[in-house]
Design a protein around this ligand. Structure first.
Ligand SMILES: [Zn+2]
Length: 104
């Protein structure tokens, strides 16, 4: 993913509207791209800060740490999703192979 695309997705990410491969590409990009990460970090802090004003919780959070944890958690969830899918596909492949061997 290019910076331009990643930057255009920041607002969607903050509204939690990114899904699947697009979200994964976005997260991988901001994790490895300091300038996009910084942009996301600023918007994340602003978004959270505004929400904090609405709620009674007094905002004394480490927002940057929160964002880093969020990205890490989401990426690990996405990766886990992949490995489950891969396991299922492998299982299907083994069954198909066994069927072929049996039928031939
Ligand atoms: Zn970038």
């Amino acid at each position: 993913m290019e910076c331009k695309e990643a930057l255009s997705l920041i607002d969607l990410y903050n509204e939690d509207k990114l899904r699947g491969a697009q979200k994964e590409q976005f997260l991988l990009h901001v994790r490895d791209c300091p300038s996009c990460y910084e942009e996301l970090d600023i918007k994340f802090i602003v978004t959270r800060g505004l929400k904090g004003l609405d709620s009674k919780e007094k905002a004394d959070f480490n927002f940057s740490g929160m964002l880093q944890n969020k990205i890490k958690t989401e990426l690990s969830h996405i990766k886990r999703g992949h490995s489950v899918l891969q396991t299922i596909l492998l299982f299907i492949l083994i069954i198909l192979t066994a069927l072929m061997v049996f039928l031939l």
